[in-house]
Design a protein around this ligand. Structure first.
Ligand SMILES: Cc1cc2nc3c(=O)[nH]c(=O)nc-3n(C[C@H](O)[C@H](O)[C@H](O)COP(=O)(O)O)c2cc1C
Length: 187
C-alpha cells in the first residue's frame, strides 16, 4: 500500500508570524514518520480573496481559477494538520477563509490541530473542531498547544518544551490511523 499523503497547513500569513517556526517544527517531526508523507501548505502561497464564490462550496460548482487551484491542492491529501494562531479567541481569518472555500475536498478525511498563543491557543482549536465537524473532517483527540510564555523566548523565538515531543508522536499516530481508515470510506 502506498504511503498516506498528509499536509501541514500553516494558518498564519502575518509579517513576522510565529506560525512558520511552529509549522516547521511539526513538519520536521512529521518527516520522520514511516507510513505517511507530509508536505507543508503555506497559505502565503495560496493567496485567496475573501470568499468570492456565488454558490456554496457544498455544491461543488467552483467558478474562480483560484478556487479550482486551491481545491486541487487540498484534494491531493488524506488528512491535515492545521497549525493555527489564536486571534481574539479564535483561529485566524485567513485560515477560516481558506477552509470555507471548499467542501468535498475536506470530507471523510482526518484532521489534527496544533495551536499557539499567549495561553496556548486552545480556543482557536475548539472553534476549528466545530468547523471540522460541519465539514465531515474527522478530528483526532490529541492536540499540541504552545504557549508564548513558556515555549517561546521573548514571545518570538520558538523554543518548545521537550514535553511536546511525546504528544506529537501520539498526534501523528492518531491522525495516520484515522486518515488510513477513511480512505475506505472515500472509495
Ligand atoms: C489580532 C490578534 C489577536 C490575538 N488574540 C489573542 C488571543 O485572543 N489569545 C491569545 O492567547 N493570544 C492572542 N494573540 C497573540 C497571538 O496568538 C500571537 O501573537 C501569535 O504569535 C500570533 O500568531 P502569528 O505570529 O503566527 O501571527 C493575538 C494576536 C493578534 C495579532
Amino acid at each position: 500500500m502506498s504511503n498516506l499523503k498528509l499536509a501541514v497547513i500553516l494558518g498564519s500569513t502575518r509579517p513576522g508570524r510565529n506560525g512558520e517556526a511552529v509549522a516547521q517544527w511539526v513538519l520536521a517531526r512529521a518527516k520522520e514518520r514511516a507510513n505517511a508523507d507530509y508536505e507543508l501548505i503555506d497559505l502565503l502561497d495560496h493567496p485567496l480573496p475573501h470568499l468570492d464564490e456565488a454558490v456554496p462550496a457544498s455544491r461543488g460548482l467552483y467558478a474562480g481559477e483560484h478556487t479550482k487551484a486551491w481545491a486541487a491542492r487540498i484534494k491531493e491529501f488524506d488528512g491535515y494538520i492545521f497549525v493555527t494562531p489564536e486571534y481574539n479567541h479564535s483561529t485566524s481569518g485567513v485560515l477560516k477563509n481558506a477552509i470555507d472555500y471548499l467542501y468535498a475536498e475536506w470530507n471523510n478525511k482526518a484532521a489534527a490541530f496544533v495551536s499557539y498563543g499567549s495561553l496556548g491557543g486552545t480556543r482557536a482549536i475548539e472553534h476549528l473542531r466545530a468547523i471540522s465537524s460541519e465539514l465531515q473532517l474527522a478530528h483526532v483527540r490529541q492536540q499540541l498547544s504552545f504557549s508564548l510564555l513558556t515555549d517561546f523566548e521573548n514571545y518570538s523565538v520558538f523554543k518548545p518544551s521537550a514535553t511536546h515531543d511525546s504528544a506529537a508522536s501520539v498526534l501523528f499516530d492518531q491522525l495516520e490511523s484515522w486518515a488510513g481508515a477513511l480512505t475506505a470510506v472515500r472509495s
